[in-house]
Write a protein that binds this ligand. Structure first.
Ligand SMILES: *Cc1c(COP(=O)(O)O)cnc(C)c1O
Length: 364
């Protein structure tokens, strides 16, 4: 059997007719940028997340850097961010000229809430939490620290659509929640897309102006903004998928729970669950010192896997200028050497799951 780490085509065929009808509807409408589909999607997604406002943007990275831009976080400011994230989180900070201050992750791959305070200086302006792999960070402590030190709180929810901490969904804890709709995300488009969520009407208003060249009224530009608009086709297709988000999330949770139950091999560790949080399994990430060997073994058996992520941001060539070296952030570096994401996608058959489980259990 041949199993790829992800199968985006399956996600399409699950609701093929609805996607095709919506695509034709938008194509025939004659309106392609910032129209009714975007407006409807923003309302529906805000309601889904439980936030007052949503603003559609062109990507998750745009959501991140525009969030800090609008909060006024830039040159000379420090932002706390976890050391094991995807590099886009860090770029969201550095595009604005602000400095990332790395905080190591906890055992659930979220920012280690207990060590946040020790990293705060006079220059700290914000905390960026990343609900990595589909599980929320420890939001009780994080919200308390942000409040106590009067810091902005921004959430990178690119991997956590539908993930909750307590009763609340990620994207409702911070000043701004940043989402990506890149095709492989839990709520994926058929191209690029992103959004922010917020309860603050001024932030939502500013974001709408900023995404459209800084103009509210056409040709009257108030600030130097950018072009970061979610398009009508993506918004329409996202509305279709959003209407099935409950069952899509449940499906991934079912696969994750089956892996939890049936995977059994001392050669690797299963993902740990955070108390008071659900896990929506954007990725199912196992960990082992024999990662590269395990990856090769699975490849030989026809099972594709991915490493999220092999190089932590502080060691990326792009961030050489920050002056970090190997050994500076040992937890993130260890995770980069040991993590492995096994196949996990909507539309994955029972038979495929069984093959992955049996093959992993047979690894010696
Ligand atoms: C995908 C991702 C992003 C960036 O989203 P794009 O839409 O690809 O720009 C940011 N942060 C995390 C954690 C991601 O997984």
């Amino acid at each position: 059997m041949k199993i790829m780490p992800n199968r985006l085509d399956r996600g399409f065929y699950q609701y093929q007719e609805e996607f095709e009808n919506k695509a034709l509807e938008v194509l025939r409408s004659g309106w392609y940028v910032l129209g009714n589909e975007v407006k409807q999607f923003e309302e529906e997604f805000a309601a889904y997340v439980g936030a007052k406002y949503c603003v559609g943007l062109a990507s998750g990275l745009d959501a991140l850097w525009m969030a800090f831009r609008i909060l006024g976080v830039g040159e000379g400011d420090e932002v706390l961010v976890q050391s094991n994230t995807y590099i886009a989180s860090v770029m969201g900070i550095t595009i604005n000229g602000a400095t990332p201050v790395f905080v190591e992750p906890d055992e659930c791959y979220g920012i280690d809430a207990a060590s946040l305070e020790s990293k705060i200086t006079d220059k700290t302006k914000a905390i960026l939490v990343v609900h990595l792999y589909g599980q929320a960070c420890q939001m009780d402590t994080i919200c308390q620290v942000a409040k106590k030190h009067n810091l902005y709180l921004v959430e990178d929810c690119a991997q956590s659509h539908g993930a909750c901490y307590g009763e609340r969904m990620t994207g409702t804890f911070g000043d701004i929640g940043c989402f990506s709709f890149y095709p492989s995300k839990n709520l994926g488009a058929f191209g690029d897309g992103g959004a922010i969520t917020t309860d603050n009407p001024q932030i939502a208003e500013k974001m709408k102006i900023y995404r459209n060249y800084g103009s509210e009224k056409r040709y009257y530009n108030m600030v130097v903004g950018t072009n970061s608009r979610l398009d009508e086709l993506q918004a329409g297709l996202l509305r279709v998928r959003l209407s099935h988000m409950k069952e899509l999330t449940e499906e991934k949770i079912r696969i994750g729970e089956r892996y939890d139950r049936e995977l059994s091999n001392d050669a690797f560790e299963l993902p740990k669950r955070r108390e008071n949080a659900n896990h929506v399994f954007h990725q199912y990430v196992i960990r082992t010192e024999r990662r590269d060997e395990l990856m090769r073994y699975l490849e030989e058996k026809g099972i594709g896997t991915i490493i999220h992520y092999p190089i932590p941001p502080h060691l990326a060539q792009a961030y050489e200028y920050l002056g970090f070296g190997k050994g500076d952030l040992p937890v993130a570096e260890q995770f980069a050497d040991e993590v492995l994401s096994i196949p996990m996608y909507n539309g994955m058959t029972e038979e495929e799951q069984t093959y992955v489980i049996e093959t992993l259990n047979a690894f010696e």
